[in-house]
Design a protein around this ligand. Structure first.
Ligand SMILES: Cc1ncc(COP(=O)(O)O)c(C=O)c1O
Length: 440
């Protein structure tokens, strides 16, 4: 799995090889996988089978044709050049940064197999980039599964890591040979056994999310005492129980969450083995933090040493460790460039309206509980300012307290490290489309 693959120059959907050259998918085959054409399981009205992306928003490299050299320019020059070519709002993902973050993760945690959680940012060119580095993928739905398969990823490199799955999605997974999933309750096990018999399964453990920005244990994970009985039940139902998964919460800055989760998982491993159950895999989920603000100090690097130590202390080498990072891989690559489309003075404060907002690529303010560092290309005196989005909703306000230079209509406001949970949840509200998203 960790084999490095050479980057292909053409072949939009060539399957990665295991030494064997694979025939690139034709455009028709790619579309058939993605949109379910000709698939007897899928009718066009079946929810979950529509394309997950609008190609006018997530623009593929073949269409946007941005020269890679632009990314070598200093930031102000780069932003001006990108705005000249594409206008705004524009989300640019730096391919070199995607590669660097992936390789950094692999270097810091060599034992950990990476399953990129595409929910963070499903741009096809991101998936192809990680595919070519030998990466695997975490999908949450049939739509995401189809999308990843359509980028030429082998089904054996996919985990269906939503603990609650539609029966139709499981049927599709079975047909597509995606044979690895998580669950956290017994009714789900019966569903998996019925629609995807023989599937490899991981039981998701509820773990502390203390200090994480997005708390996932509010909704997911079973208590420790339920895990071994459920793994045993999985086996009785003809499934292949493999181990445990957990998620410490997204943007987790508290290593103790991982520490405690790993200790409990090791206890479960011992109990499983005593009961004669196989224990092959630990899925440490996502949650790895990034620096949204320059002043923040914790990132993947901070966790790597204790994580490596704990993994080696608690789990024998034959236990496979996998992770499902989303934010840590896609976040640092993202640069969102917006422009001021209106300005006023309200209650004695500068009020700037940008061409992207809470309904668009700043949707992470709502769904990801995220705060961003807004920057401009001006170096003049700063004033207390308010930033808002372009829609007719007052909720569409980005910040009530920014120190910004005096801005005019047309001036750039940009945000770095915004590649995850931003464009992925952007809407077209008030008829205002979200930013064009490109990987360069
Ligand atoms: C099951 C699962 N895996 C992985 C992730 C990715 O988490 P992160 O972006 O914090 O790494 C999420 C995020 O919601 C998730 O729900």
């Amino acid at each position: 799995m960790s084999t490095q693959h050479k980057t292909r120059k053409s072949a939009p959907a060539a399957a990665p090889s295991n030494g064997k050259a694979a025939r690139p998918l034709t455009q028709a085959e790619r579309l058939a996988i993605q949109y379910g054409k000709g698939d007897p399981l899928v009718r066009s009205s079946t929810p979950g089978t529509q394309p997950v992306l609008d190609p006018r928003q997530f623009v593929p490299r073949e269409a946007h044709k941005t020269r890679a050299a632009v990314m070598k320019l200093g930031l102000p020059k780069r932003i001006r050049a990108l705005v000249r070519q594409h206008g705004t709002p524009l989300m640019v993902l730096d391919r070199a940064s995607l590669i660097a973050e992936y390789q950094r993760f692999k270097r810091l945690l060599p034992r950990v197999e990476l399953y990129y959680a595409i929910k963070a940012n499903p741009h096809p060119d991101i998936i192809k980039t990680f595919r070519d580095l030998g990466g695997c993928f975490d999908v949450a739905s049939e739509g995401e599964m189809r999308h990843v398969l359509a980028q030429g990823v082998k089904p054996s490199r996919i985990i269906f890591a939503n603990t609650v799955k539609r029966p139709e999605a499981l049927q599709f997974a079975r047909k597509a040979k995606v044979n690895f999933a998580t669950f956290d309750n017994e009714p789900e096990l019966y569903k998996i056994a019925k629609h995807a018999p023989g599937c490899r399964v991981l039981a998701r453990l509820k773990v502390s999310n203390l200090g994480s920005i997005v708390e996932l244990s509010l909704k997911f994970g079973a208590d420790q005492d339920q895990i071994v009985p459920m793994l045993s039940k999985a086996r009785a139902l003809g499934l292949k129980p493999e181990g445990v998964s957990f998620h410490v919460g997204s943007q987790c800055t508290n290593f103790e969450n991982y520490q405690r989760a790993l200790e409990v998982t090791a206890e479960i491993m011992r109990e499983s083995l005593e009961r004669g159950l196989p224990f092959r895999t630990v899925d440490i989920g996502g949650g790895f933090p990034i620096r949204h603000f320059k002043s923040e100090t914790v990132n993947v690097e901070t966790f790597a040493n204790p994580m490596r130590r704990e993994l080696n202390r608690l789990f024998p080498p034959e236990v496979q460790i996998i992770a499902e990072p989303g934010r840590a891989l896609a976040g640092p690559a993202g640069l969102l460039i917006t422009r001021v489309v209106g300005r006023s003075i309200r209650n004695n404060k500068n009020y700037y309206y940008l061409d992207d907002g809470v309904y668009g690529d700043f949707s992470g303010i709502v769904f990801d509980h995220c705060k961003y560092e807004f920057k401009t290309l001006k170096k003049t005196q700063k004033f207390f300012s308010i930033l808002a989005g372009p829609t007719c909703d007052s909720f569409d306000t980005l910040s009530l307290s920014e120190e910004l230079p005096e801005l005019e209509v047309g001036d750039v406001v940009y945000v770095q490290n915004i590649g995850a949970y931003s464009c992925a949840s952007a809407l077209t509200f008030n008829g205002i489309p979200p930013a064009k998203v490109i990987v360069v």
